[in-house]
Design a protein around this ligand. Structure first.
Ligand code: G1P
Length: 299
């Protein structure tokens, strides 16, 4: 599989119930961090890694995601007439030239594994990436997927992003057991979806970035419902391990779980503090807020 990935799958059919009532009309992937929706961060990461074909697994309520990546003729004309070139660039760069977006409907919410399987006929027989937009990964250097794609290209193995989590949180993640790490990666010898802390083979958790061998599709077809009654990607990866090398990759960067309230807040704070125009104001505002609440003493 020593091949550069070109295709990226974005499962975006989830209901986003944690963010109700906002997600009654706005898909959670469209919630912004500063001025860009979450999905844009994942898309940019995939493009940076070399992907030119973006496959969105969506459902009938998620028109906003497709609309966002569509060309906005009227808006472009207005901005052009008004000479607002900065803003024009911003909306044109949502998808750079040469990158195409494909939308596939997942008719029933049967799980992450089922969502990925919906991309089978478009991906075909080549390695591909899966990015879960809820997991936002901040890094000043190369994005997480590019780091993984470089490593995958060198080894030919499938790659899964991982990070260490406190043992009491294993029930929220896929958890892997690996051979000894060499540098940032180690071969996975077991993977289990959301084990209780007592049953977890380690505290190394799967983060939503995968580079997968296309053999995963046949395995997904025969995967039966697992954790939560859903068809789990983790279970198909467990089957893939038998005949194919799959490596865990400890990426460089900070991951924010934007599927939770606190994760979205944390990400907003981080991006604001690192923003070229907002950082000073954001830092002052945070210090003042903490001081007013008596958390810190500015004097
Ligand atoms: C999914 C995967 C899980 C992984 C997690 C990362 O779970 O099934 O293995 O650890 O994403 O965010 P979800 O958070 O969708 O329940």
């Amino acid at each position: 599989m020593k091949q550069r990935i070109r295709k990226a799958v974005f499962p975006v059919a989830g209901l986003g119930t944690r963010f109700l009532p906002a997600t009654k009309t706005v898909p959670k992937e469209m919630l912004p961090i500063i001025d860009r929706p979450l999905i844009q961060y994942a898309v940019d990461e995939a493009i940076e890694a070399g992907c030119d074909t973006l496959i969105f697994i969506t459902n009938r309520y998620k028109h906003a995601v497709a609309d966002y990546f569509d060309k906005a003729y009227e808006l472009e004309q207005k901005l052009e007439k008004a000479g607002k070139t900065d803003q024009l660039e911003k909306i044109r760069n949502v998808l750079p030239p040469g990158v195409r977006a494909i939308f596939v409907t997942q008719a029933e919410a049967l799980g992450l594994g089922h969502a990925v399987l919906c991309a089978k006929s478009i991906v075909g027989n080549e390695p591909f990436a899966v990015l879960l937009p809820d997991d936002l990964i901040w890094n000043r250097g190369d994005g997480a997927l590019k780091q993984m794609a470089d490593a995958a290209e060198a080894t030919g193995a499938s790659m899964i992003a991982v990070q260490d989590v406190p043992r009491e949180q294993t029930g929220s993640y896929g958890i892997v057991a690996t051979d000894e790490f060499s540098g940032r990666s180690g071969r996975i010898n077991a993977i289990v979806e959301k084990p209780a802390p007592a049953d977890a083979p380690s505290n190394l958790a799967v983060v939503g970035r995968y580079i997968l061998n296309p053999g995963i599709f046949d395995l997904l077809e025969s995967t039966t419902p697992g954790s939560g009654g859903e068809i789990q990607l983790t279970d198909a990866i467990a089957a893939l391990l038998a005949d194919n090398p799959v490596h865990a990759y400890r990426f460089k960067g900070t991951r924010f779980d934007c599927g939770t309230h606190i994760g979205l807040i944390e990400a907003t704070i981080r991006y604001a503090l690192d923003h070229e125009k907002l950082s000073d104001a954001a830092r002052d505002m945070m210090q003042n807020a903490l001081s007013e609440l008596g958390v810190i003493d500015l004097n």
